[in-house]
Design a protein around this ligand. Structure first.
Ligand SMILES: *Cc1c(COP(=O)(O)O)cnc(C)c1O
Length: 433
């Protein structure tokens, strides 16, 4: 008879008894939070199934179209499913939207006209949007088309500067952009309720302003989404949460009929809009990924919370901290040394189902002023709903960690990261008692 014990199984994957036991002790304390996450996943699962049933998803929806893609049943039905699920009037969900930045650029460029102003009341937007807006000069930016930009920074502690926002809204303010997730900044991520308060505030000042929420990394983390609290548009990437790890490409925009139509006319062409756009055989993975997304997101959330609690217990500064509410799936851990950051990333890589045998090395990534190390053993290249980590090699040597298609894989990855720190003697025996 073989040995079918759990700790033996972890031992066979390279996790020592000390690390495994330490992890199990932390997990015991997390049971109530995990139960809450499971309840959110359950709620959102029903929401997705409901939207699929109401829109009569059928096997024909998985057929592929090519060429112009007129009357693509799968594509049109999927867009109806997204719209229903997120309680929006309309949706644009396409493989021709190449990534999150593209989806956001599309939403902005199609709904703003020369002379309009865009306002971010939550400080600096995600890095790649700086070039879209023209904060950093760039070919084809909004600035080149005569669209101006204004920004109101958050107050110390991350609160909205309501007075500053009131002063920044004027007759040219056409759109307000709110980023839900902190991305790679140090500010907190916003809860949907909090976003709702901000939307209500700006709409009281200017009722016809269009509010767009960058929803990247936020989908299905809570029961509500930004559309439920008054956003006119919500935008995200399918190689993050709503693709469920199965979508090989894609982005979405959901919102009012008018905003989505504008985006469709910009994505394809004036006059054509949503009528064209072949689905090239990806529809099954879009539907299936969306169906799985609530539980995939719950796995990623459990991983983030497990990592936060493990490393917080070991004395590292973690953002969000071990007990905070979650509004997205990103976890930052400050290792304070290059060795610590690299050991962490090596562990994440070593636990991957794909490319587990390679060792991540810091490299000079274009656009960064220091070397960056990345760990990802993903089925979809660049997918960050799959377990992945990266961080720049400069103080505070923070690892940004996210994803996990299954909780058990996320758990193995985190235990393996700790194992690597333990083997490098960066975590001592005494700390694991
Ligand atoms: C990832 C992300 C983006 C950009 O998405 P890409 O797919 O990387 O282009 C924009 N905003 C936020 C908050 C993100 O997390």
């Amino acid at each position: 008879m073989g040995n079918f014990d759990m700790d033996e199984m972890y031992r066979s994957r390279g996790i020592s008894k000390e690390v495994y036991t330490f992890g199990e002790r932390i997990l015991e304390e997390l049971a109530p939070r995990f139960a809450e996450i499971d309840a959110t996943a359950e709620y959102n699962q029903l929401k997705v199934i409901g939207a699929m049933q109401e829109n009569r998803v059928s096997a024909e929806c998985f057929n592929q179209s090519s060429g112009y893609g007129y009357n693509d049943l799968g594509r049109d039905t999927l867009e109806a499913v997204y719209a229903s699920c997120f309680h929006a009037e309309a949706a644009l969900v396409r493989p021709q939207i190449t990534c999150g930045t593209h989806a956001l650029a599309l939403a902005l460029m199609s709904n703003l006209r020369p002379g309009d102003e865009l306002l971010s009341p939550v400080g600096k937007p995600y890095d790649t949007l700086e070039e879209v807006i023209g904060i950093r000069p760039s070919k084809g930016s909004l600035a080149e088309y005569g669209i101006t930009y204004r920004q109101v920074d958050l107050l110390e502690g991350g609160a909205f500067d309501y007075e500053g926002i009131r002063a920044a809204i004027h007759e040219k303010t056409k759109m307000v952009t709110i980023q839900r997730s902190k991305g790679y900044q140090t500010r907190p991520s916003f809860g949907v309720e909090q976003i709702g308060e901000l939307i209500a505030f700006v709409k009281r000042i200017k009722p016809d302003v269009i509010v767009m929420v960058d929803n990247c990394y936020g989908e299905f983390v809570e029961r509500m989404e930004p559309i439920d609290v008054g956003a006119d548009m919500m935008v995200g990437s399918l190689i993050k949460n709503p693709g469920g790890g199965l979508a090989p490409i894609g982005g979405y925009i959901v919102g009012t009929k008018e905003c989505v139509e504008n985006a469709a006319y910009r994505l394809t062409s004036p006059g054509l809009g949503k009528e064209v756009g072949a689905s090239l055989g990806v529809m099954q993975s879009f539907f299936q990924g969306f169906f799985l997304s609530p539980t995939v997101v719950s796995s990623a959330l459990k991983g983030a919370i497990f990592a936060a609690n493990i490393y917080e217990r070991l004395g590292y500064h973690v953002v969000p901290n071990g007990s905070e509410d979650r509004h997205d799936i990103i976890q930052a851990i400050e290792f304070l040394s290059a060795e610590g950051l690299c050991a962490f990333c090596e562990g994440i890589q070593a636990a991957a189902p794909v490319d587990s045998y390679v060792t991540p090395e810091p490299w000079d990534m274009p656009g960064y002023d220091s070397q960056v190390i990345m760990a990802a053993g993903a089925f979809v290249q660049g997918s960050s709903i799959e377990l992945s980590a990266d961080g720049p090699l400069r103080p505070p040597y923070a690892a940004y960690f996210q994803g996990g298609l299954t909780w058990y894989h996320a758990k193995l990855g985190i235990l393996m990261s700790l194992q690597k720190l333990y083997e490098a003697n960066l975590v001592k025996d005494s700390q694991l008692c």
